[in-house]
Design a binder for this molecule. Sequence first.
Ligand code: NFS
Length: 676
Amino acid sequence: MEKKAKSKEPTKAKLANAETASIDEATQQMILRAQELGVETIFDRAVAMKPCNIGTQGTCCKNCGMGPCRLPLPKSGIEGEDNRKGLCGATANTIAARNFIRMIAGGAAAHSDHGRAVAEVFMSAARKETDAYRIKDPIKLREVAKWLDIPTTVEVDGETLDRDTDELAVAVGEKALGEWGKAEGEVLFAKRAPKARYETWKKQGVVPRNIDREIVEIMHRTHIGVDQDYRNLIKQGTRAAIGDGWGGSMLATELQDILFGTPYPLATEANLGVMKEDMVNLVIHGHEPVLSEIIVTVASSKKWQDYARSKGAKGIQLSGICCTANEVLQRHGVPPCGTFLQQELAIITGACDAMVVDIQCIFQNLANVAACFHTKLITTHPIAKMEQDNVIHIEFDEHHAVEDAERIVKLAVDNYENRSSEVMIPKQKSSIIGGFGVESIEYHLGGTFRGSYYTLNDNIINGRIRGIGGVVGCNNARTRHNEGHIQVVKELIKNDVIVLTTGCNAIACAMEGLLTPETAGVFCGPGLAEVCETVGIPPVLHLGSCVDNSRILLAAAEVVKAGGLGNDISDLPAAGSAPEWMSEKAISIGHYFVASGVYTVFGVTLPVSGAPVFQNYLFKEFEKLYGGMWDLEIDPVRHARKMIAHIDKKRKALGIDKARDRILVDMDTRRAMESA
Ligand code: NFS
């Protein structure tokens, strides 16, 4: 038989279907545009390459040179004893637990190292080694000082005076930096959790000693032949995750607020349509706001706007991707041009004159995409470089922050005239209100008069607000871009659950127009709509970047403190969610939510399905230990309904499951109720 000659034609790469890849029209248009130009994006790669079935189950061990040992669940399931083991005898539970807590270590390290970098810049600013930064929120400085056990007053001639701000800032910076590696004691912010929560952690032996140590210990315990009990492994994962949420991430948020200003609500726009054809487009991408803060100042200065005009542009348009976007959005109103999955698309517009990146969530493929256009891709962080030759590295240092920012802005402006290909910027963009925080929620819902979370609690108790949903996290190219985010959030607000959002979920909601007060009348249940319309807030509150999930923890602690809803976060009618997670940071966040007492549902997949006993421990047994537990639900509507069911369970336990009749009370009755 004659053999068929093999075709010499290169096989055509499979391409993504734009409509099934994303729910967002701007994204769909740009996927098609990329395909038309022959530029490959993550959407195409996700079609061409399937994930590993064993890795997604969490049961591939490559922690030594004898493996990888692969222990997938047999197709027929496990009947009787589970005899699967690696060469050393490690069970599926041990392997999945080791992998899981290594993900926590990766995520906690990323958040915490970000926090440390901010603390270092904070120290330089406090010591006046740089004049690019100064303390912008002295009130928060004093509050944080108290939590770090630093005296905020001094006695002078028998008089108690406020300590000098600069001197206090140095003391805060030094103490904060110590939190990463101090030899004794425990992470000080753990005491910011409600007392009952702290007691639970004490009882379980998971109060972190310092931030770094818990991460290092994960690496030790997961080395071959060390910890081989999934319960003990995850206990260490819990300690490291608490060290992230209530340590590294919280310090990052607090120090950034002190240094750059505590966010208050402001208006801007979101999606690729914020880029402007007749302006220099400089896109800021990454996570650490220390450089982007200065870029915002430089780029908006008259000097540089004039320079852009001298080059024929109408000015400089900044926009952001990922969490750097959330940082400069919440403090300056810089519009986000997209979520994690849209980073390549911003360049494919042909209008991105420069993209400046720092750390985390940055595709290496940006360099390949930038090479197809005139875009200058600039890395800035000593720990995050790229091997491709077309990438420019301008190493940022806070001691010459303004000079660095000016070099970057100049590169972008000078590149404006080099636009070669036709520009195609999608028109889509939505108006948004972003930049909420623990303080502004208190102000908006409590007012200056009350100054507490009482009003929020009151509305939860009377049933207008059914509960609180913390919906956060990434995009994941294995699922339709933004579909999970939007469906989960819409289902929650439809059922009167107020949503606190951060990270890429926040940007997805922004793009969908959910971050406006007007949304309330359209998508919310009647109770939540009434509250939002009365106080003029959106039903979905943008709380910032992923390290700012610490704001959700602190808001939850405030709700507990305000009273009437139990003694602990685990008593609250609240639930967490990451519908499209993909990063190790998301696993660390999910785990500190759970350890803080929150029922937390993830979408897409969770790498524990190959180890049913370990999975059951996380999904069920954990509730007995911490009051919070994990869950996985791929279908977004069912995902939201599971959260609502949990919220209802908590309402019932609190005895507030039957909403009180909404009767108008006169002042005398109200006074009587309040004094009761
Ligand atoms: Ni969070 Fe922010 Fe987005 Fe995911 Fe990445 S940007 S830190 S990790 S992808 S939400």
